[in-house]
Design a protein. Sequence first.
Length: 368
Amino acid sequence: MAFSFLATSDLHIGMKFKNYSENVSKALHEARLRSLENLVKIANEKRCGLFLIAGDLFESTADTNRKYLDEVISTLRGFNGEYVAILPGNHDFFNISNFWVTFINLIKDTNIIVLNEYRQYNLEINDEKVVLYPAYCDLKHSKENRLDWIKEYNNFDKEAFNILVSHGSIKGISPDLKDEYFGMSIDEINALNVDIAIVGHMHINYPFAINVKNEKLLIPGTPEPDGLDCKHEGYAWIVEVLDKKNFNAIKVKTGIYRFIDERCSINSYKELENYKNWLLEGNPRQKVVRVDFSGSIEEERSNDKNKCFDELSRKLFYFEYSDNIRKKFDKNQIDKEFVRDSLPHRILSSIDDKELLELAYENRDEHN
């Protein structure tokens, strides 16, 4: 037995980014389809026999238009392996709707299959028997997962490589505060007679290692970062199967844009300049950045600070910031700038806290 497959999920094609300007939201919107193209390219380069999508290929079935369906199908038809298998997730859950009827009609006579039945799907990949066991979503929310039919199933092919494909939260790994995302436990998954479980829904890749061996649970995460709370670069898994008890999973980077959301406290203009240079490393035109700046810099570098922010605004794809950087001021300057025993001199001399001193100085400066 020897074959490989790519595991991904949560592309959310059609996602809108309404909090950004039109040109930024359009680019982020289109990047999700571009990431699918990138995944197909990687899968072909790795000579994968199966391209597996564990739910939420689409952001919604309600407002995804025909243009996106055609583009997605055209992209997936570029996969050179035996099968593309798509599991409906909670965002694109399966029901008898115009969306899924249209999609299924469009993929007739292709190597694309939708895992929309609770049954085994028998595949042959690189002359090896592979069986998929889907636990697809039939609703947007549910307190119950869809593993029961697999738990009760008694006809597992012991010679085949058996893959659970599911979508939902994993207790202890992915948050589900209201218990509404088809929650399942690691113990439940481990008790199933499958060789590996590919589970979508969580947007972070798991396990966190780059390369894992014989790991039963793999979470692909989203291949394209989708917001300022998404700290990673976008990933998928390439799984190389030698036999039922010998398989490796390798994490591959897939994302186009990178989101950075930070608080940055600095103590000099040099620190601000170093931080600016770090943000501009690599591909700044693919970075969406929001920073809350605090701290203080030398008073004479105030104009340079503004130039620094202007440069970041020009060179980054998107830059949003709050400027809470104060003018640096210490007690050695009090005698130089204020008449001894004057009210400002007495007030500033009485402050021991450096941050409060700088704030007091700035407030005094603004009101004179």
